[in-house]
Design a protein around this ligand. Structure first.
Ligand code: ATP
Length: 297
């Protein structure tokens, strides 16, 4: 009996199980600026270890926020932490200068070292540690004082009384933070009169005044307009010649633009870390690929 025209012939009939092939997403290479080349994988591998994180768990009371984190932060490189909200990026950042000590019931297990020295050893002077490991926050937080006094504050507290020396430090740090030319004629004006981007650069200058070796930056540009963001990114590139930088960012393009190494976190675990170009173009883990291609997060 002839088959009806719209009936599939046996060879056209669908097999019982059909392999649905997921198209592989196109991973776009991060926009690497030739004027701001990131360190190569070899340079990263050769850089001395500044901070070493080994098997770190972190708890807010009964809630565990980090699970068995292992990470090497190389010296004079920029390491970016990326991942969806609540995955533990800021928690790990704050472990690096013990900012979490201020939170009741916060507890860290495992080891974090700075230049091979245990950051959590009982003998560690936390004030000294935070001088060596400075921090810049998402929202700029200048003191309600003059521009000069904001930068001179740290050295003053550390005992520097010589006005000429304080001025020297202030000028050097403001230059380093790419703010000097904009404020040199109004150092006695209130810091609160500066724009948001200028205030953030002032906070960076203030952090530099205590002569840190490491700068932790928690979404330093997320409240800024594109022009100010770009200035902060330029600044990060310049600062890594002298400082080790760890930056938390929600903006993957920013991580690609400014960092040498990227670490991707998910649900309190470090899924993958590696040279930024490799992680964005050739991630090893499926979760990383899904995140950077925008499937979730
Ligand atoms: N002070 C706290 N007390 C209790 N839980 C906290 C505290 N701070 C953070 N958490 C929780 O720990 C987990 C990790 O938070 P964390 O701020 O480190 O994540 P994040 O990746 O930096 O998030 P975001 O990108 O939104 O800033 C989250 O579940 C968060 O709710």
């Amino acid at each position: 009996m002839p088959m009806a025209e719209d009936q599939p012939t046996p060879s056209q009939a669908m097999p019982e199980t059909v392999a649905i092939r997921r198209p592989k997403p196109t991973l776009s290479a991060p926009a690497i600026d030739p004027m701001r080349p990131s360190r190569s994988a070899d340079e990263l591998a050769d850089a001395p270890t500044k901070i070493n994180v080994t098997d770190v768990d972190f708890f807010y009371g009964p809630k565990q926020a980090l699970f068995g984190i292992d990470l090497v932060v190389p010296e004079k490189c920029v390491t970016a932490f990326i991942g969806p909200s609540g995955c533990g990026k800021s928690t790990l950042l704050r472990c690096m200068n013990r900012m979490n000590d201020m939170i009741d019931e916060a507890r860290v297990k495992g080891s974090l070292t700075l230049d091979g020295q245990d950051i959590y050893a009982p003998r560690v002077d936390v004030v000294e540690l935070r001088k060596r490991v400075g921090m810049v926050f998402q929202k700029s937080n200048p003191f309600p004082k003059s521009i000069f006094e904001n930068v001179a504050y740290g050295p003053r507290v550390a005992g520097e009384r010589n006005k000429a020396r304080l001025y020297e430090i202030t000028e050097r740090c403001l230059r380093h933070a790419a703010l000097w030319d904009e404020v040199k004629d109004r150092l006695d004006d209130s810091a609160l009169a500066l724009s948001g981007g200028q205030q953030q650069r002032l906070c960076i200058a203030r952090a530099l005044a205590t002569e840190p070796q490491v700068l932790l930056m928690d979404e330093p540009a997320s409240a800024l307009d594109p022009a100010s963001t770009s200035r902060i990114e330029d600044l990060i590139f310049e600062l890594k010649e002298q400082y080790t930088i760890v930056i938390v960012t929600h903006n993957m393009q920013q991580a690609a633009r400014v960092s040498d190494q990227t670490a991707f976190f998910f649900e309190g675990k470090l899924i993958e870390a590696g040279p930024t170009t490799d992680l964005f173009t050739n991630p090893k883990k499926r979760q990383t690929e899904d995140y950077i291609t925008g499937r979730f997060g």
